[in-house]
Design a protein around this ligand. Structure first.
Ligand code: SDX
Length: 431
């Protein structure tokens, strides 16, 4: 038996099989069990994929025990301090930081894909004004393939790159228009003289009646939020995009599926749920009661923004956002009582045995809403903001999947526990 193998013995038959171990650059090794069914006529069983690696990837690495997050090998703390969102988009897609010329070309490319087909503008009229903006995002992003069907050949590198640039560039326009539509306000068009994030804020808040000056503090904070949400290895929404892409569906349809998955409060919808939770707590004196509710196994309430499948330490993104909260609130002269409640809640929870024992720490969603409130983003738009940031991660992971040497549709199996094989029962014999 080689040292780079694992041996599995089926004791019911006495059959023993060796499987190769594959080791990566960082993180746990994997046992390649792709021949398990052929050898032992058995499947693995891992609901929620707690112990399952679904793919090989070079894009993002997370060390949950140490609270480490790397984008293409670069620590998130360094990128947050020294880079910006569009440079990180280039890095995630291409795998290397751009030269001066490369990033200038990329910024130009993205800036010149921010407009959307006017037919897509009319699409909004079909939604109710009070629709949740994420329902608009699911619909409009999915509809992109009806307007940009010229370059949907997933096996053509140039088509893939332009579709990816269209998605990154148009997401802020689609998102801002969802916000404006919900308020019955005119849509603002993108401006090529503004940066990516300035453009988003311009489309969110500028009005035809007067000049609009983007607040640089708000733009910097928004750019950091996009950057911190850009990618996160094989999370639920990224796994959805990869699975959809494995059927060779077009990239717009795949990303639309990712938008739907991100909407869930257990995933990207948590940032909105955190603010609603902090509002429900209302005062630091009520924190203890909510912490008890969160610990009660019979109560479905959980502390939103707490806990993570991978991080069993402080989410490094939460640390960066928490620090940025102080700076943004100070410079925007905003005194948000919810921030005080959030910090007190964190202090109490991190000293509580229930949370310590389960290694439950604040995650990226816990503080991101505080910053977004400070720069005027409404709570219902928080997951839409997450969508804008995560689009580059989704499409870069999709591109990695679709360019793998061995292309296979993702098709998990199951443990069947339903009714055994039985004959049809005539209706007069049914009870
Ligand atoms: C994101 O995957 C990613 O990378 C996601 C993300 C990304 O960038 O893509 O990081 C973004 O989705 C962050 C997570 C946002 N969600 C929330 O904040 C919602 C609240 N958190 C929980 O729903 C939960 O922590 C999850 C969903 C995030 C993780 O769930 P797991 O890994 O399946 O953990 P679990 O449900 O098995 O919980 C383990 C134990 C359980 O208690 P016991 O059954 O052992 O007694 O911890 C408890 C849970 O009840 N628990 C919590 C809790 N989270 C877990 N108890 C109270 N409050 C919580 N928040």
């Amino acid at each position: 038996m080689g040292k780079d193998t694992v041996t599995i013995t089926d004791n019911s038959t006495g059959k023993t099989v060796e499987f190769p171990i594959k080791r990566g650059a960082h993180g746990p090794a994997v046992m390649d069990i792709s021949t398990l069914y052929k050898e032992l006529k058995m499947f693995t069983y891992d609901p929620g994929f707690l112990s399952t690696a679904s793919c090989e990837s070079k894009i993002t690495f997370i060390d949950g025990e140490k609270g480490v997050l790397l984008y293409r090998g670069y620590p998130i703390e360094q990128l947050a301090e020294k880079s910006d969102f569009l440079e990180v988009c280039y890095l995630l897609w291409h795998g290397e930081l751009p030269t001066r010329k490369e990033i200038a070309d990329y910024r130009h490319q993205i800036n010149h894909h921010t407009m959307v087909h006017e037919g897509l503008r009319d699409f909004y009229q079909g939604f109710r004004r009070d629709a949740h903006p994420m329902s608009v995002m699911v619909g409009v992003v999915g509809a992109l393939s009806a307007f940009y069907h010229d370059l949907l050949d997933v096996h053509n590198e140039c088509s893939r790159e332009i579709s990816a640039q269209r998605l990154v560039a148009k997401m802020p326009t689609i998102a801002a228009w969802a916000y404006r539509y919900s308020r019955g306000e005119p849509f603002a068009y993108p401006r090529n003289n503004l940066s990516y994030t300035e453009n988003f804020l311009h489309m969110m808040y500028s009005y035809p009646a007067e000049e609009y000056e983007v607040n640089p503090v708000a733009a910097k904070a928004m750019d950091l939020i996009f950057l911190l949400h850009a990618d996160h290895e094989q999370n639920a929404s990224t796994s959805t995009v990869r699975l959809a892409g494995s059927s060779q569906a077009n990239p717009f349809a795949c990303v639309s599926a990712g938008v739907g998955t991100l909407w869930g409060p257990a995933h990207g919808g948590a940032n909105e749920a955190v603010i609603n939770m902090l509002k429900a707590i209302g005062d630091v004196k009520n924190i203890a009661r909510f912490v008890e509710k969160a610990k009660d196994p019979d109560d479905p309430f959980r502390l939103m923004g707490f806990g993570h499948r991978v991080y069993k330490n402080y989410d490094p993104r939460a640390k960066i956002i928490r620090k940025q909260c102080f700076e943004v609130l100070e410079s925007m002269k905003v005194d948000d009582p919810l921030f005080e409640i959030a910090m007190k809640l964190e202090e109490i929870a991190l000293k509580d045995e229930y949370f310590i024992q389960r290694k439950l720490y604040p995650n990226v969603d816990f503080y991101s809403g505080i910053i977004q409130r400070a720069i005027g983003i409404p709570t219902s738009m928080f997951t839409v903001i997450f969508t804008i940031g995560r689009t580059i991660g989704w499409i870069s992971q999709w591109n990695e999947m679709i360019t793998e040497k061995v292309q296979r549709i993702g098709r998990p199996r199951q443990l069947y526990v339903g009714a055994p094989n039985r004959d049809y029962l005539p209706i007069d014999q049914r009870k």
